[in-house]
Design a protein. Structure first.
Lengths: 476, 486
């Protein structure tokens, strides 16, 4: 039997606003528990929500970028359920009238591209966090996250494999970071998704029974969770049994999905329009401002890099693919003129280090000043490319500037011809046998002399100068 | 010198003439509250802070606020910083808010002094003040009789002359009906006129704060202070607050008053009808013209209200879960058990009933038939009013179908009987319109109220019509003997 996988993703994007969706408390990540919480966030009696328009602007920017219809009048609804980290006993969300309707996202897998249609994207507030394992016999509640603005983006069930799901999430990550809609930090939960997974016999039109895998927050887990779930469903169907429609959790330690307790989701949410908020209207002027201030997208950046910095199409594409990398490149390019060397370093050594630690460049200790300085020192021959690599390793660990490292470790390249000549004369004097052999036709020995010079200068001699002077002196 | 039964205007003159100091005034108010403790109109007193504030008041400055040094009482559903706020519920019986409601803050910024928090129906759900966790409030006119509700404590405190005015809230008649039963003047403003920030919500789309006082003039003073846009309440209207006092004395000759055909008064007590006819004559004499008008959908007001208000209440009251504040049950097994026990112990029967009704009205499969339908009917009722106000200035009805009744005599067997108390008052909440109740005589030695309903944001017209009536009658001057309570 050939099975076909059908996946729809609900992506939760935490919008990078300074304050919460309905209160003026900070959204900063990592604060002590319950410190980014005000009267509204903890749902005290008598408090009322008031909207943060910045969240609307960000949602609209996303909608424009995916070619969606924007509903300029936003109506909110209450989704009612009891949970200890949901302070009001309801979540304010958008049910009937999402701010973003339709649109699509292009994904690329193995060099082929596919368009995934978007059903809708709506604004809602996040809940707080329950902590069950830190206090013996008690659960603790941290409301710092309560009220943080989320954009929930719902895709059509058009994704056909775990690989495509990962590609979709990567495209989503690139888009939301590029648009400055979200910081896209998956480890901190800024980008996470629920996957609706079902399978059917190839060729069938009808959808199979789906399960929903909740709250997956890394590319790796998306792939693993979906693959596990697809295998599980195939096994059930091939045994002649039926898939149960349910909500499941992915356990990354055991690499499996398992059902959530039915209590946790079997709710009648009793949606109704939020009476504490008037409809929020985004004016045509505001829409125009959003369009006027629209950020440059990857494709546009790529073309500009080729034109403005003379990068190769390949380099331009790689650098532009990550907002973090592109920002870094543009900053550094203001401080150096050797753009090709800069892009070589970013794509080469720097990317290798980043990939190893699985971080983005803005999360590393590098800054554009220091990297530009490194490029400049290589460019002006203060140091060799080889020394550059060891300096970079030091920069990566300590965050120090190249000049500091060069100074403190005495790594400055010797480019003074007189000084180099002196060292070369010493080498010739100390190795008369080799000189004789070289002059007798053993050309390969040239490398030996270079090595000796580098040994004496601890690698700091300018290689071009060494070559030139050595050749001259050996002939004499 | 006695301050009992004095209006704000009278107390202002006494303060300005140095016949009494702000401290003496506040002390006297506390003394009266204590003397008439049996009324049970207060839940919590604020003796220390109110006296402290009174001591700091400097009457010597010029351009003093009209409310400077005037003692007031606040309904116990307005949050007051550091002063217990219970909503007359066990579930909030230990709740001390960290902030003050905008409406109260504005009154205090005007120099008034809060002496205490008044009793009410639990979470403002009731029309007789019999659902309070802190016990019944007596009507000052007759012991053992209800003061009306839900702002029963505020109405009783004003009627007994303890304070010249008090705040109330009105979701379906909760200011006007107790004002009528206690023989005082009460105003429910246009929805959005006064900020709801800090007002513990019953039904968000219907709740509105307002004053209960001895006269229309005093209502105008309080309303001027409480009103205004508040960025913390996005449903509060961003409109200028008119000077309500300056318009009180406009002649009302030619004022067009509508009488609603659909309200059949012939079913009411003969005496209630007679008072109504007499008041019409008063207005006619003053030059007003009466017009019969039709509001075809108004008869659906009570069922519409009792779908929408409980639905909103079921959601608004979800936050009382024993997790962050308020009553938490002991010896619970898990989170669900904590919810069930805390809420079962913390809420009274009427609140539970409305949460159940509202949960049902919003539940899957019933939403369209109840909540959604009710919202559609609400729109029709509002449209009816809009149309009628094209041809009349104000509408006039009795405030309540009857006078105050004996404790336990209504609604004990059938709660709907009590819901009909709101027959005349509910429609203006559904339409968001301002309305007031003024005393217009008595039936069987108990006061009855006359309701005036105004057009959107036209509190000025209501206050004007009420003030002129009070200038030409003395019903508002009648005082209970208080002999039962000495």
């Amino acid at each position: 039997m050939i099975w076909e996988t059908v996946i729809g993703l609900e992506t939760h994007v935490q919008l990078s606003t300074k304050t919460k969706l309905f209160s003026r408390a900070s959204t900063a990540f990592g604060a002590s528990p319950n410190t980014n919480v005000n009267l509204v966030d903890c749902g005290l009696p008598g408090v009322l929500p008031s909207v943060n328009k910045e969240a609307f602007y960000k949602a609209i920017r996303f909608g424009i970028a995916i070619g969606a219809q924007i509903n300029q009048t936003s109506i909110f609804d209450r989704k009612n359920y009891f949970y200890a980290d949901l302070p009001k006993g309801y979540q304010i969300t958008q049910m009937d009238l999402p701010i973003v309707l339709g649109g699509s996202i292009e994904i690329i897998t193995d060099d082929s591209s596919k368009t995934i249609n978007i059903t809708r994207a709506h604004l809602e507030e996040d809940a707080g966090k329950s902590i069950h394992d830190e206090y013996d016999g008690f659960s603790a509640i941290d409301l710092n996250r309560a009220g943080t603005p989320l954009l929930e983006i719902v895709s059509e069930p058009e994704i056909s494999s775990a690989k495509e799901a990962v590609a979709y999430m990567k495209a989503m990550h690139q888009l939301v970071t590029y648009l400055d809609v979200s910081d896209g930090n998956m480890a901190q939960g800024s980008l996470r998704c629920d996957a609706n997974v079902s399978i059917r016999k190839k060729g069938n039109k009808e959808l199979g029974t789906r399960t929903e895998i909740k709250n997956i927050n890394s590319f790796k887990f998306i792939e693993k969770a979906i693959n596990y779930e697809v295998k599980r469903q195939i096994k059930i169907l091939e045994n002649g049994e039926k898939v149960t429609q349910e909500t499941r959790l992915y356990d990354s330690v055991k690499d499996e999905t398992r059902p959530m307790r039915s209590k946790e989701f079997a709710n009648d949410y009793r949606y109704f329009p939020e009476p504490d908020l008037l409809p929020v209207v985004i004016s045509n002027e505001e829409m125009q401002t959003i369009k006027d201030e629209f950020p440059e997208l990857p494709k546009e950046k790529e073309n500009r890099y080729i034109k403005e910095f003379n990068l190769s199409a390949y380099d331009a594409q790689i650098i532009a693919s990550s907002k973090s990398m592109a920002d870094f490149f543009e900053d550094a390019a203001k401080k150096t003129t050797n753009y090709s060397l800069l892009s070589n370093w970013l794509i080469g050594d720097i990317s290798a280090f980043l990939n190893k630690e699985m971080i983005e460049i803005h999360e590393s200790k590098l800054n554009s000043d220091n990297v530009a300085m490194l490029i400049n020192r290589i460019d002006d021959q203060t140091i060799s490319g080889k020394i550059g690599k060891s300096i970079f390793e030091e920069m990566w660990v300590s965050g120090s500037s190249p000049d500091e490292i060069i100074e403190s470790q005495g790594l400055k390249q010797i480019s003074d011809d007189g000084a180099i000549e002196e060292i070369i004369m010493t080498v010739i004097r100390d190795n008369p046998d080799q000189v004789e052999a070289y002059l007798g036709g053993k050309d390969k020995l040239f490398g030996f002399f270079v090595g000796q010079v580098m040994k004496l200068t601890e690698g700091k001699a300018n290689p071009q100068a060494v070559n030139k002077i050595l050749k001259e002196q050996l002939k004499k | 010198m006695s301050i009992q039964f004095k209006s704000i205007t009278e107390l202002r003159a006494m303060l300005d003439d140095k016949l009494i100091s702000p401290l003496e005034l506040v002390q006297e108010s506390h003394h009266l509250a204590d003397k008439f403790k049996e009324l049970n109109c207060f839940i919590t007193m604020d003796e220390d802070l109110s006296k402290k504030k009174a001591r700091t008041i400097d009457l010597g400055k010029e351009n003093n606020s009209f409310l400077l040094g005037i003692p007031l009482a606040q309904k116990d559903l307005f949050c007051t910083q550091d002063l217990r706020t219970t909503c007359a519920s066990k579930i909030l019986s230990n709740f001390i808010p960290p902030y003050t409601a905008t409406a109260v803050e504005k009154l205090e910024d005007s120099g008034s002094i809060t002496i205490g928090k008044t009793n009410m129906d639990e979470f403002a759900m009731g029309s007789s003040n019999e659902t309070s966790y802190f016990g019944n409030v007596h009507n000052p006119w007759k012991k053992g009789y209800v003061p009306g509700g839900s702002s029963g404590g505020s109405a009783a405190a004003v009627a007994a002359g303890i304070v010249p005015a008090a705040t109330g809230t009105d979701t379906g008649g909760s200011i006007r009906q107790p004002a009528a039963h206690c023989g005082i003047t009460g105003l429910k403003p246009t929805y959005g006129r006064i900020s709801r920030w800090g007002m513990i919500a019953f039904a968000s789309s219907l709740d509105q704060a307002g004053p209960l006082a001895r006269t229309a003039e005093d209502c105008a003073v309080i309303l001027s202070s409480m009103s205004g846009h508040d960025p913390k309440d996005t449903t509060s209207l961003n409109v200028e607050v008119p000077d309500f006092l300056s318009k009180l004395n406009y002649p009302i000759k030619g004022l067009k008053i509508g009488i609603i055909k659909e309200f059949d008064l012939s079913d009411l007590d003969k005496e209630v009808q007679t008072r109504f006819e007499e008041s019409k004559k008063v207005y006619e004499k003053l030059g007003a013209e009466f017009v019969d008008v039709s509001l075809p959908n108004i008869s659906a007001s009570v069922p519409t209200y009792y779908s929408i208000a409980p639905a909103e209440c079921s959601s608004n009251l979800s936050r009382f879960d024993g997790v962050r504040f308020g009553h938490r049950a002991e010896n619970t097994d898990d989170l669900n058990d904590l919810y069930i026990k805390s809420r079962s112990e913390g809420f009274g029967d009427e609140v539970k009933r409305r949460i159940l009704i509202g949960t049902y009205a919003l539940s899957a499969g019933y939403y369209d038939a109840y909540y959604k339908k009710a919202q559609q009917v609400r729109r029709l009722i509002k449209n009816d009013f809009d149309l009628v106000f094209e041809s009349v200035d104000i509408l006039m009805t009795p405030t309540s179908p009857s006078t105050a009744f004996e404790f336990g005599s209504k609604g004990a067997q059938n709660p709907v009987e009590l819901y009909l108390e709101d027959l005349f008052t509910i429609s203006s909440n559904l339409a968001g319109l301002p309305a007031m109740s003024i005393p217009h005589g008595q039936v069987n030695s108990l006061p009855v109220g006359l309701q005036l309903i105004g057009n959107f944001l036209r509190e000025d017209q209501l206050l004007n019509a009420a003030h002129i009536f009070q200038q030409n009658t003395d019903f508002h001057l009648a005082k209970p003997s208080m002999e039962d309570f000495k």
